[in-house]
Design a protein around this ligand. Structure first.
Ligand SMILES: [Fe+2]
Length: 637
């Protein structure tokens, strides 16, 4: 079925559901590499609007990878729980997004919904969500699993301990394991990426982990991250295996590239459960995934990498794992190019996983360059399945072999000159697709601002916005005074905070060269002020009440009179900015910026309180830096 949406008289058409999903995806290098990404922001937006209007039921009727050729699709379709889906069956994707963000989406409601969701549905709705939305909804999802301890309880963050050693030396691994445990990590799993494929070596690792856990009665579980067939061999040989590891992907063909299928995973799951080594539960599987794995295996069916990642979660979910871990960025920059794309992908993965009812962990793993992987990828002599197994069996992360010789050691990443860096890696052949064309800037590190500002930051007269010079002529308009108190989380006054304010004049004109509006200039109007709060956290400014002004470039909607505020205080690393509004202004009711605050009480808190004053009007605007009554601040980007 085809889809379309019109923007500015141009009709954007999308041939099928697969295309619509790909075009609606936030920008990322993997989809561009596959040639399926939106060609412009407008096309992306058109796809999102069309996707928002799509009934959720469409995903039950139209499959993006054919049922007949793909066992992952068959798993998704055949295990779909229609009664669980019923509460949202009448919604569109956009309507479901609103529902997820509403108070109806409680932890209990979301848990009951999970079996009724397909990965394509959750991927679709994620494409309509901001990063903040993904966090808000994922936070409401509760997924609890158990083996020798319990993971996923509210307010808990479990951590994997990964005591790898380049030669699988047992004493070296034991030493780093104890070191990590002393830091309190390892409650999710103590998981080793082995260097060897040998069943004897793997078995000795598993036995050593079991011995340490039992000797010290550590409430956790172990795993050696080797191919599932190796683990099954160990189970047959009587090795005390806790968890079975396997990388999984979102299509049958990509899983074939990993040397697995669903039947093999079932067999492994049954074998590990039969050992009954879990003391509080029997979630025995540990999966790893990552956006781009299907594309890198040439098995993506023209589906965008994020939707395929969600399909990998459907595979993982089937086996009730203790943990599934998305290794975000593990393949390299041609799939997730930079920090922005990696952060977005991590939040999408976390959201999609939890919504589907998967206990998901997140491992940000941005690989700038991986020479040996590049060699593996270039080699046409190594069959794909063999390559996948080699990656798993010999990697610290999937696809990132440990350096074994001094020549392989990468330079410290404070210098990101790609040419110099590559020159230091023996035998590396430059691959333009993997390497940014320009050198990456190194961001200046930040330091604490310290508790005190110099007194001379604020000079006499800085609190007066209505005169350019102390005692000089004053600007036209209604005199006003703005007073207030700054308090912290516990309600204590914040002394020594620096407040800066700026306003338009009585005609709605800023005293600034960038204000090109036709409003009248007032030569006596200064328009900005500075003050430092006193011991009781109070501040005061005097000025004239600003006028409303049209907002050019945005249909000239009239901004209501307002005062811009910037606040620095001890412990505030980045200035806080907001706007104060005046009571009784009809433009307050229609201002998109003020009304962008959905919480009515929070919105009202930005409207100053009118108090009587000898100067004319006095407006009280108290500022709360943190907590439930926190003042609504803008986020600067
Ligand atoms: Fe303004």
């Amino acid at each position: 079925m085809a889809y379309a949406h019109t923007i500015s008289n141009r009709v954007y058409r999308f041939a099928d559901l697969t295309t619509l999903l790909a075009k609606a995806t936030p920008e990322r290098s993997g989809d561009q590499l596959a040639g399926i990404a939106a060609e412009s922001d407008k096309e992306r937006m058109a796809a999102r609007v069309a996707l928002a209007d799509l009934p959720l039921r469409t995903f039950l009727d139209e499959q993006i990878v054919p049922y007949e050729v793909d066992e992952v699709t068959r798993l998704i379709v055949d295990t779909h729980d229609a009664p669980a889906f019923a509460p949202i069956a009448h919604l569109t994707v956009g309507g479901w997004r609103d529902w997820l963000l509403s108070e109806h989406a409680t932890p209990d409601a979301l848990a009951a919904l999970a079996p009724g969701l397909t990965p394509e549905m959750v991927a679709a709705v994620s494409k309509l969500m901001r990063n903040q939305d993904l966090i808000v909804v994922a936070r409401k999802c509760r997924v609890v699993t158990r083996f020798r301890n319990t993971l996923g309880l509210p307010g808990r963050l479990a951590v994997r301990l990964q005591p790898n050693h380049p030669t699988d030396d047992l004493r070296g691994i034991a030493a780093s394991m104890l070191d990590g445990l002393l830091y309190g990590s390892g409650d999710a799993v103590i998981g080793i990426n082995p260097a060897s494929d040998s069943t004897a070596v793997l078995g000795s690792l598993v036995k050593m982990l079991a011995e340490v856990i039992e000797r010290y009665e550590i409430p956790t579980q172990s795993c050696v991250l080797t191919h599932v067939t190796n683990t099954m061999r160990m189970i047959e040989a009587g090795v005390p295996v806790d968890l079975v590891f396997q990388s999984v992907a979102g299509t049958e063909q990509a899983n074939k590239g990993f040397g697995i299928n669903l039947a093999l995973l079932r067999e492994a799951n049954d074998a590990a459960r039969s050992l009954k080594r879990g003391t509080v539960g029997d979630n025995v599987m540990y999966f790893e995934t990552g956006q781009g794995s299907a594309l890198s295996a040439g098995a993506h069916h023209r589906v965008d990498q994020q939707t395929l990642e969600a399909r990998a979660y459907a595979v993982a979910r089937e086996f009730e794992p203790l943990l599934a871990n998305t290794v975000v960025g593990f393949i390299g920059p041609e799939y997730l190019y930079n920090g922005k794309q990696i952060i977005r992908a991590g939040l999408e993965d976390h959201f999609c996983g939890k919504l589907l009812g998967l206990p998901i962990g997140c491992d940000i793993c941005y690989i700038y360059v991986s020479p040996r992987l590049a060699c593996l990828r270039r080699s046409a002599m190594v069959p794909r399945a063999a390559r996948a197994i080699r990656r798993e069996s010999s990697s610290s992360y999937p696809g990132d072999p440990m350096p074994t010789k001094p020549d392989d050691v990468l330079p410290h990443p404070t210098s990101f000159d790609s040419t110099e860096r590559l020159a230091q890696i023996k035998g590396y052949v430059l691959n333009e697709r993997r390497t940014p064309a320009r050198n990456l800037p190194v961001v200046t590190p930040h330091q604490t601002i310290g508790p005190f500002y110099p007194h001379h930051l604020v000079r006499p007269g800085d609190e007066d916005l209505a005169a350019c010079d102390v005692g000089g002529p004053r600007a036209e308009g209604e005199p006003m005074e703005i007073v207030g108190t700054i308090t912290d989380l516990s309600g204590k006054p914040v002394a020594g905070a620096l407040i800066e304010v700026w306003t338009a004049n009585a005609h709605g004109k800023y005293s600034h060269p960038a204000d090109h509006s036709s409003q009248l200039i007032d030569p006596n109007f200064k328009g900005y002020g500075r003050a430092i709060t006193g011991p009781s956290g109070t501040y005061r400014f005097v000025g004239i009440k600003p006028g409303a002004y049209p907002n050019p470039g945005y249909d000239n909607w009239m901004r209501p009179p307002h005062v811009h505020f910037s606040v620095y205080a001890a412990g505030v690393m980045h200035r806080l900015i907001t706007q104060m509004y005046f009571p009784g202004e009809s433009l307050n009711d229609i201002d998109p910026i003020l009304n962008g605050i959905e919480d009515l009480a929070a919105r009202a808190s930005l409207i100053a309180i009118d108090e009587k004053s000898d100067l004319g009007r006095r407006y009280r605007f108290d500022i709360v830096l943190q907590g439930e009554a926190e003042t609504q601040f803008f986020i600067e980007r």
